[in-house]
Design a protein around this ligand. Structure first.
Ligand SMILES: Cc1ncc(COP(=O)(O)O)c(C=O)c1O
Length: 243
């Protein structure tokens, strides 16, 4: 993975960026195109259609993956769209164990959108992980941790959550928006997926809305890229750099 050995500041500036193959530009251009030329069907330079992937978004995805010590970054048009993609890993009858203190928009998408498709959400106090384990059932598939929480700034022990996740074969997803990758790297603590509202600290200047998922798990990455391809919708309008 590009940039794994670099320090944080160097990664923020350089990770994922290669000189533009067409011109040699050292800063990745914004490719304002929906479609890419193919010499013959399927014979192209790695890009076909900008929803599936495009060089600008790929550079951002590699950069954010590097900041979270992950192998794969998957970007979306908002933090909520990134959460939506994680929930699409599930199916009707599956259960989610979530912290009971979390961003209102996450609660809204859980209870008002995905609950109506037969996914069950249990909201529990995650200050004591031993208590959390009592709520795991045979249908539980996802452990949803937000730490620090918005708005209460409660802290959840990600390492302890990962022990439960491994034991019960759950996906551990951590909303790391409020800590930012500068202060906390959930993959290093055993999480399977890190989620960011890039809109917040990573964006840094209140001038964009964006979401990101980062993982080291090949199988999850493949599924998330597929969900991104069928769902989202976004040519990143600018590359964000750590302020
Ligand atoms: C902790 C947290 N997660 C997710 C989101 C949703 O992100 P977005 O507003 O980019 O859709 C927010 C937004 O405030 C948030 O604070």
């Amino acid at each position: 993975m590009a940039g794994k050995k670099m320090k944080f500041g160097t990664k923020a500036i350089h990770a994922g960026l290669e000189p533009d193959p067409a011109t040699g530009a050292v800063m990745t251009p914004i490719y304002q195109t929906s479609t890419y030329h193919q010499e013959s069907p399927g014979n192209h330079k790695g890009y076909e259609y900008s929803r599936s992937s495009n060089p600008t978004r790929s550079a951002l995805e590699k950069n954010l993956a590097s900041l979270e010590n992950g192998n794969y970054g998957v970007c979306f048009g908002s933090g909520v769209a990134a959460i939506d993609a994680i929930l699409k890993l599930l199916k009707s009858g599956d259960e989610v164990l979530s912290t009971n203190d979390l961003y209102g928009g996450s609660y809204r998408i859980f209870t008002k959108i995905f609950a109506q498709f037969g996914i069950k959400f249990n909201f529990v106090d995650m200050s004591c992980m031993e208590d959390v384990e009592k709520h795991v059932t045979s249908a539980t598939k996802l452990l949803w941790v937000e730490t620090p929480t918005n708005p209460m700034m409660s802290i959840i022990d990600i390492k302890a959550a990962s022990v439960i996740a491994r034991k019960h074969e759950l996906i551990l997803a951590v909303d790391n928006t409020f800590a930012s990758p500068y202060l906390q790297n959930p993959l290093d603590l055993g999480a399977d997926i890190v989620m960011h509202s890039v809109t917040k600290y990573i964006g840094g200047h209140s001038d964009l809305v964006m979401g990101a998922l980062i993982t080291n798990n090949n199988e999850l990455a493949e599924k998330l890229y597929f969900i991104q391809k069928v769902q989202v919708l976004y040519v990143v309008p600018k590359i964000v750099f750590w302020p």
